[in-house]
Ligand binder design. Structure first.
Ligand code: 3EB
Length: 346
């Protein structure tokens, strides 16, 4: 199998790490090809064929609403090595490290401490390995909207993460990762991340209060994530856009209104892309056909409506959009959308 690699006219691969969605049934063919795969992230039930040991394999048991199922594949431009250290499975090339860690949290007890411990571990590990900049991180938080002992699990998660980042002296203005934080129902905390030798460029959204400045009503400590983070290489850049929702300022807008929430979310994503292109001095940019979207939907019965609207509102290719059913961190959010946008030099 050959996968289009976005090469320059001279034949050089333009980005050290790129993401693709491939039909899950095509993975055996990918694994037997010469492609340098850094990681596969499979959403839904586990794949029923062997995954090579020299890559990171993540399974996130969230239901895919569209069929046939697709898998998120991370491709390297150069040789990949992999190993496990202190519960972190990782693979790496000369500039990027991809990591994965899972915590079993029976009864979802002591979530804050579990999250803090995992974030401390990840921060120390990435520093030790000399990939000290966490660029992008995905969090699947058990029973995210439940409130044991009066504090919602999302808020406990956010607290544990903040404590770890403060302890590790992460600079909130320059070195926060882009992030997603969604619910999961299997009693596990599932985390995967991309870290880099060189710093990314943190992007915020002028329509929204920076998340790390959210007021206290959203939790004892504000969520520590950037709206987006960019990795620039010779030939272009990859922009990791965080989970994005119908939030303006810090308030949720369009409660109980799917269409309103989706349009506001797309405006927010396009604003973040616009901020990124200003910073990178590239031409103006909005969501385009080769970008990847992941759409998290609270109630699967809204899937057809959301898919329909999204096809009208953006020109992202249908096969580049993954739809998952899951709980979202604020209980008034009906949907959330994350993006990976790859922009190449003209
Ligand atoms: C928001 O904008 C929506 O806590 O890591 C989106 C992406 C959200 C990441 C996180 C939270 C997080 O606040 C929620």
């Amino acid at each position: 199998m050959t996968v289009h690699k976005f090469k320059s006219k001279e034949g050089a691969v333009l980005l050290p790490l790129t993401a693709r969605y491939l039909s899950s049934s095509n993975l055996p063919e990918l694994f037997s090809s010469n492609e340098q795969v850094m990681a596969v992230v499979n959403y839904g039930s586990e794949l029923d064929f062997d995954i090579p040991a020299n890559l990171v394999s993540v399974n996130v048991p969230l239901h895919q609403l569209s069929a046939p199922p697709i898998t998120e594949v991370w491709l390297s431009d150069s040789d990949v090595k992999s190993a496990t250290s202190n519960g972190i499975h990782y693979s790496f090339n000369s500039s990027i490290l991809f990591g994965h860690v899972v915590a079993d949290i029976p009864g979802v007890q002591n979530l804050e401490q579990e999250v803090e411990e995992k974030y401390q571990r990840i921060s120390k590990f990435t520093k030790e390995k000399n990939y000290p900049h966490i660029i992008r991180i995905w969090n699947y938080v058990p029973d995210i909207n439940d409130e044991p002992d009066g504090l919602e699990n999302y808020k406990s998660f956010s607290l544990g993460r903040s404590n770890a980042f403060e302890d590790q002296n992460i600079d909130m203005v320059r070195d926060l990762p882009a992030a997603s934080a969604l619910g999961i129902k299997n009693g596990k905390l599932i985390i995967y991340f991309i870290a880099s030798k060189s710093p990314g460029s943190q992007i915020e959204n002028p329509r929204q209060v920076n998340a790390y400045h959210y007021p206290r009503k959203y939790g004892p400590k504000s969520p520590s994530f950037a709206r987006a983070n960019i990795m620039t290489s010779k030939g272009g850049y990859i922009n990791y856009v965080s989970g994005t929702a119908s939030i303006v300022g810090h308030e949720t807008l369009h409660t109980d209104d799917i269409e309103g929430q989706l349009k506001e979310t797309i405006t927010n994503i396009n604003t973040v892309l616009e901020m990124a292109t200003r910073k990178e001095h590239k031409k103006n940019n909005i969501l385009s056909e080769n970008d990847l979207l992941k759409v998290y939907i609270r109630d699967g019965k809204n899937f057809a409506l959301i898919q329909d609207l999204l096809e009208k509102e953006t020109c992202v290719k249908k096969e580049n959009i993954m739809y998952l059913e899951t709980d979202i961190c604020r209980d008034d959010l009906l949907l959330e959308v994350e993006a990976v946008s790859m922009v190449f030099k003209d």
